[in-house]
Ligand binder design. Structure first.
Ligand SMILES: C[S@@+](CC[C@H](N)C(=O)[O-])C[C@H]1O[C@@H](n2cnc3c(N)ncnc32)[C@H](O)[C@@H]1O
Length: 358
């Protein structure tokens, strides 16, 4: 996920401005690659990310840390659109295998289908829907005692962000959901309803370092200004949170710029998404299970997008080095090149760390 404290969001192709077609699937030619391949190429060539498509980040750097070779068993804990998995497959075959995990039951079958249509059969690639907190179970289910390579690229994908029905983006109008697995847990709207104002303020501070946490919590818990035209209570939509938080901040702090208000809105969405998906607990569980899941000499690399994630990875790797679980770990965090940051602003907040199992 993009760091709200970092640089501005990825440049998007301008939205379709006509009244019809209205459906999300019909809005973007990029969502129909078979029919509009050249259009997609044009969007990519202009340095923008086509809607509904995820551009993998720091692929060369990830491969340099993981050093995959033919015959390796690799786990991509965050399959997403399959960009990193595709790159790993290019190195571990022949003889190797990639196990792709993703908690998202909507995007996972699409990615699995794309990889199958590229000719990767179950002997070289297998997809598991589930949380990476259970990476050891996925390995065992595939009959592997341990992996040579484990990789994770945290947060949400462009496909998830761009789909208004998922409620991840303050730029899209939709229900305030934010569940990576929509069949489990509570939505962001339900979470706001259940938490006290104080607990919500703490969540905004702890998950996103939001400086106006108390005011925003008050707004989110306050009386809703009335039903929308659809009859949906206001706070149940992404638009409502966006508008109300923005208006409240700009009127409480007249010196605040609209750009500052946008940052607070983005941090609010980030904090809610982290809580809805219990992201820190999943990352902690993954970090705890790495030693048992990596074969001797096995490599792990993790891409993070905000300080709460990077701190956890850094601490776990350093503790593992002290305890002799890891032979070497990254001294310094690795960042995307200026070229990649220019081509894909989402790469600007990415931090890559790696470790090698003793
Ligand atoms: C940034 S995207 C990964 C993109 C991918 N590397 C690519 O090249 O297309 C992150 C993905 O991880 C998934 N994810 C996030 N947390 C997860 C978890 N705890 N367990 C499994 N998948 C998770 C999300 O559903 C999303 O699809």
């Amino acid at each position: 996920m993009t760091d709200p404290t970092g640089p501005p969001a990825r440049t998007r192709r301008p939205r379709y401005s006509g009244k019809n077609p209205r459906r999300f699937q019909d809005k973007y030619k990029e969502l129909n690659p078979d029919r509009y391949g050249p259009e997609i190429d044009k969007v990519l060539a202009s340095g923008k990310t086509p809607a509904g498509m995820h551009r993998p980040i720091m692929v060369d750097e990830v491969l340099a840390c993981l050093r995959p070779v033919a015959g390796d068993v690799a786990v991509d804990c965050t399959l997403g659109g399959g960009g990193h998995t595709r790159a790993l497959l290019g190195r571990v075959l022949p003889g190797g295998r990639v196990i792709g995990l993703d908690v998202d039951p909507i995007e996972l079958p699409r990615t699995e289908g794309r990889l199958r249509s590229e000719g990767f059969g179950p002997e070289s690639f297998v997809a598991h829907q589930g949380n990476f907190a259970g990476v050891h179970k996925a390995l065992a289910a595939e009959g592997h005692a341990a992996a040579n390579i484990i990789f994770a690229d945290l947060g949400v994908s462009s496909m998830q962000l761009d789909n208004p029905g998922r409620g991840f983006s303050h730029k899209e109008s939709g229900p305030l959901d934010m569940r990576m697995n929509p069949s489990r847990g509570v939505t962001a709207a339900q979470l706001i309803e259940r938490l006290s104002e104080d607990a919500l303020a703490t969540l905004l501070e702890e998950n996103a370092d939001e400086p106006h946490a108390a005011l925003i919590a008050g707004i989110l818990k306050g009386p809703t200004p009335g039903p929308l035209d659809s009859g949906t209570p206001t706070m149940l939509t992404t638009n409502a949170v966006n508008d109300l938080v923005r208006q409240a901040l700009l009127s409480a702090f007249p010196r605040l710029t609209p750009a500052d208000a946008t940052l607070s809105v983005r941090r609010t969405f980030q904090a809610l998404r982290i809580a809805v998906n219990d992201e820190f607990a999943a990352l902690d569980a993954l970090l705890r299970s790495l030693p048992q899941c990596l074969a001797p000499g096995g490599r792990v690399a993790i891409l993070t997008f905000h300080s709460g994630e990077d701190r956890r990875v850094k601490k776990a790797f350093q503790a593992g080095l002290r305890d002799g679980v890891y032979a070497t770990v990254a001294d310094e965090v690795i960042r995307a090149t200026p070229e990649e940051r220019r081509a894909n602003p989402r790469a600007s907040s990415a931090k890559l760390r790696w470790a090698v199992r003793s």
